[in-house]
Design a protein around this ligand. Structure first.
Ligand code: PPE
Length: 321
């Protein structure tokens, strides 16, 4: 991990190495946290965060599902995110806000504990490997099923959901694959461990609906919008079966961390002919948007006035949100 300098913790910037939590932090034991994954990209007009309001809204919605009260307003969290990116002097980075139940009482009821918020930002370039974008990734359909909405809310981006995702990811990596694709309890395709999935067949682009138990990805939403805006691409939100994965002309994954990544193989079956013209078109459009080269989407970018901070005097600490 490429460490940066500052982490925002409950209202102030603290040194990366000093951003520590007590061992009996509730969320550490019971996974009572909600989080986001956001990216900041370099544009010709300086660094800009992609779809920041949508990410902040999703975090507050995740908290609402869990009856968690984030002790800051959306505006304060938004301001704290841009401040963290700016203070670290980063032009391209990944941003991780986390709201979690802190130290106080043990036991399953999280409500007596204080809700803390932390925000880290660091350089995180390739998520699925250096060659993923160029060569595509190899996926395994997991033996672990995606959590069902009757047990856990899959649309909340909660830390607890990622124990399920981690089991699938570990299994795929140990079997020599790059990523896991999870089916839902009905046996239909849900999503990858940290990405949504899209299929291209006979020129039609499709992705499973939210009811398949997927996280409503913001990259997914961006790609859906692009299928309309680019023209000549038909889009459908439909359930996808396991065998439809194998017989796709193209498959690709979408996520903030992974971007838009082609899938080259699933369970030993090569996908399509090994060329991905539709995926490539969407990848290029996505890259132009996030890097501010397509002005039509400039409202999706929140500029950050980078102002690297070297030290913070103790009197300045804790004074600002
Ligand atoms: N599904 C899951 C399960 C998921 O974790 C992500 C994001 C997505 C879909 C795509 O959502 P979006 O980023 O809004 O397009 N996964 C985040 C966490 C990755 C991590 O390892 O941590 C991410 O990409 O930031």
């Amino acid at each position: 991990m490429k460490e940066s300098t500052w982490i925002w913790l409950d209202g102030s910037l603290v040194k990366w190495s000093e951003a520590k939590v007590p061992f009996l932090t509730h969320a550490l034991h019971y996974a009572t946290g909600v989080f986001e994954g956001i990216r900041c990209y370099n544009t010709s007009e300086g660094p800009a965060i992609f779809r920041l309001p949508e990410h902040v809204s999703r975090m507050f919605e995740s908290a609402k599902i869990y009856l968690m009260k984030i002790p800051y307003s959306r505006e304060e969290v938004t301001g704290a995110i841009t401040k963290t990116v700016a203070a670290n002097g980063l032009d391209e980075c990944y941003v991780r806000p986390l709201a979690y139940y802190g130290y106080g009482e043990m036991g399953l009821n999280p409500l007596p504990n204080r809700v803390s918020v932390g925000i880290a930002a660091w350089r995180w370039d390739s998520y699925l490997g250096e060659k993923a974008e160029r060569e595509g990734v190899r996926c395994q359909v997991s033996s672990w099923r995606r959590i069902h909405q009757a047990s856990m809310p899959p649309q909340a981006k909660s830390t607890s959901n990622y124990a399920n995702a981690a089991l699938a990811k570990i299994e795929a990596l140990k079997a020599g694959y790059d990523e896991a694709i999870m089916l839902n309890m009905d046996g239909m395709v849900a999503e990858a461990s940290a990405e949504n999935i899209f299929r291209v067949k006979d020129g039609i682009v499709s992705t499973p609906p939210a009811s398949a138990g997927v996280l409503r990805g913001i990259t997914r939403d961006t790609i859906i919008r692009l299928t309309t805006d680019l023209g000549g691409i038909e889009f459908r939100r439909v359930d996808i079966s396991r065998e439809e994965l194998y017989t796709s002309d193209e498959l690709f994954l979408t996520g903030t961390a992974a971007g838009v990544t082609p899938v080259r193989e699933v369970d030993g079956r090569t996908i399509g002919s090994g060329a991905w013209p539709v995926t490539q078109r969407l990848m290029e459009a996505y890259s132009n948007i996030v890097h501010g080269r397509d002005k039509q989407y400039s409202e999706w970018l929140t500029p950050v006035a980078t102002k690297r901070i070297e030290t913070i005097s103790s009197s300045a600490r804790g004074t600002t949100v």
